[in-house]
Design a protein around this ligand. Structure first.
Ligand code: ATP
Length: 269
């Protein structure tokens, strides 16, 4: 059975306060938010905003979170779809979904469209997947057609996420399509500390918890991993009937997450 579904529309309540450690991308993001908030200002000045922005970064670095935060800050409707869902669809369904989504977004403009896992359909046609996958290609073509078909003044911005920018079909990256890029890297130490702070906002911490030290001991963790770490620590505290989450809970959680990853790595050759 197909996992196919229509594009989801939501009103995002996520804000930039929920996204930490992305200092290098802040200026680009501020401009995009400002544009969605007051497109008229840009139009009066004759400034053309990009139609498409690529969010590039490894899994769990907050691409989806950032897209939601942009919609939340600009207070515009957020339409989202995951490109990997199109793979299992009947031919023609993906293209129709894409058409619908763009139509709805235009009606409610300014609006933001988010396409997750763009590489699932956006791989270069010569990437050696063996023969064109019809559905994939049709859906991709529909996205390109839609992006070419609307004018910058329609105030629909398309964000697309990928962790494989290297395999994307160059047609996607041409001017007027995804010609801007925001890169989210795996967080360095200070960024990890900032992300931890976001996720402990609602967690009662014991006095022995040192987030700076914890961030130093979580090299390689993504934002999603850090969120997981905080939750695992809180679960440990609950299991032990504690009132607060202490350093020991974080240690246990950290060990469990790291061991879990090693086990997974052994299972997948
Ligand atoms: P994927 O490529 O796997 O889809 P992604 O880059 O879209 O991942 P998200 O789904 O946005 O990552 O991240 C998962 C969760 O991890 C977020 O909902 C958030 O709770 C947490 N997270 C990730 N990055 C950050 C960050 N920079 N600041 C705060 N929280 C973060």
């Amino acid at each position: 059975k197909s996992r196919a579904r229509r594009a989801r529309k939501e009103t995002s309540t996520t804000t930039l306060d929920d996204v930490a450690g992305i200092e290098s991308a802040k200026r680009d993001i501020a401009e995009i938010i400002d544009f969605l908030k007051s497109p008229e200002k840009y139009r009066r000045l004759g400034a053309v905003m990009p139609k498409g922005v690529l969010l590039v970064g490894p899994p769990g670095t907050g691409k989806t979170l950032l897209a939601r935060a942009i919609a939340g800050e600009a207070e515009v409707p957020f339409f989202s779809i995951s490109a990997s869902e199109f793979i299992e669809m009947f031919v023609g369904v993906g293209a129709a979904r894409v058409r619908d989504m763009f139509q709805n977004a235009r009606k409610e403009a300014p609006a933001l469209i988010f396409i997750d896992e763009l590489d699932a359909i956006g791989r270069s046609r010569g990437a050696g997947l063996g023969g064109g996958h019809d559905e994939r290609e049709q859906t991709l073509n529909q996205i390109l057609t839609e992006m070419d078909g609307f004018e910058a003044h329609e105030n629909v911005l398309v964000l697309a996420a990928t962790n494989r920018p290297d395999v994307l079909d160059s047609a996607l990256l041409r001017p007027g399509r995804f010609d801007r890029k925001i890169t989210l890297d795996r967080p360095h130490k200070e960024a990890r500390e900032a992300i931890l702070k976001v996720h402990v906002r609602k967690v009662p911490l014991a006095a022995d918890v040192d987030l700076a030290q914890l961030s130093a001991r979580t090299t390689g963790f993504s934002g999603a991993d850090l969120k997981n770490l905080v939750n695992e620590a809180a679960l440990t505290a609950a299991r032990e009937n504690l009132d607060e989450v202490n350093a020991h809970c974080f240690e246990q959680a950290r060990d469990r997450l790291i061991l879990g990853e090693e086990r997974d790595a052994q299972l997948t050759p």
